[in-house]
Design a protein around this ligand. Sequence first.
Ligand SMILES: NC(=O)c1ccc[n+]([C@@H]2O[C@H](COP(=O)([O-])OP(=O)(O)OC[C@H]3O[C@@H](n4cnc5c(N)ncnc54)[C@H](OP(=O)(O)O)[C@@H]3O)[C@@H](O)[C@H]2O)c1
Length: 330
Amino acid sequence: MQTRTLGKNGPIVSALGLGCMGMSEFYGQRDDAESIATIDHALDRGVTMLDTADMYGPFINEELVGNAIKGRRDQVFLATKFGLVRDASDPTKRGVNGRPEYVRASCDGSLKRLGVDHIDLYYQHRVDANVPIEETVGAMADLVAAGKVRYLGLSEASAQNIERASKVHTITALQSELSLWTRDPEENGVLDACRKLGIALVAYSPLGRGFLTGAITKVDDFDADDFRRGNPRFQGENFARNLQLVKQVQLLAQEKGCTPAQLALAWVLAQGSDIVPIPGTKRRSRLDENLDALDVHLSKDELDSIERIFPVSAVAGERYAPAGMAHVNK
Ligand SMILES: NC(=O)c1ccc[n+]([C@@H]2O[C@H](COP(=O)([O-])OP(=O)(O)OC[C@H]3O[C@@H](n4cnc5c(N)ncnc54)[C@H](OP(=O)(O)O)[C@@H]3O)[C@@H](O)[C@H]2O)c1
């Protein structure tokens, strides 16, 4: 397995991690047996970084991951997150909580559900606009001192908040959406801030929530509660326009002799050795396909032609609905 270093002098992890979110929620039917087999297979193939969060499920994704890694804890670099609070009466609603007492209680809850005595990488899932980030990260630093957490991360934080947080404790990773159709970290100063401070960028939804693989051709194929139905990029005219872009990705992949999913992942991997994509799948066959992207190397000419064919300005629609956009890049 190829590896990458997470942050300056940080831990070494597999160059591709495994996103576990979709195993429990958001992207269609659950299949816990296949999901557990997928995590098992990922570890067999040398994947170390598993990504979950307390709000996935909510809570049941951490339990699933905890069950899957029983007996193999030492092979796993376990990442989870706190701070996005679900509303029991409406599964689509989100609150944000970065208060120190909430940080402490969330960590204890995650440790219990995961069945572990420490979390390798603990992220603040979204920055709480009502709590100075120094207070939240101060509480996270106490968790490191207590041995409950090894490394700290932020997700969807702005460059300014990343800098402020770094003054309180070393931030090892910043998790943000990065893919052929989402380049925010490259455009809003986040990637520059990470590079200045020696922080790795963990790229979530590197397959564009499955869209960039070419496997999604109709919104009607989604279950009624699929998260993507509410995502502007998957709606109406936007969907049709984005599908044209994916057709270009399919052509490029054909020329390269790889699959569109592999091309999309190879593109993210090529953006820098400090970037670790965490594609999500609940199926062993797709895991194998995605991991084989590590053998797809894009030349400068190929990267240039991808840029020409798929300029980020061509993407139609925001990456979240307005309520979700309100919490990102903060
Ligand atoms: N920090 C944050 O706010 C945040 C937000 C979103 C996600 N994340 C993390 O990032 C991880 C990855 O992101 P993601 O799951 O949203 O999106 P993604 O990795 O871009 O795409 C996942 C989707 O693509 C499908 N897929 C995977 N490999 C495929 C292949 N080779 N061919 C066709 N379809 C394929 C999966 O379906 P199957 O499962 O059916 O294969 C799933 O529906 C998540 O699991 C989560 O841990 C973090």
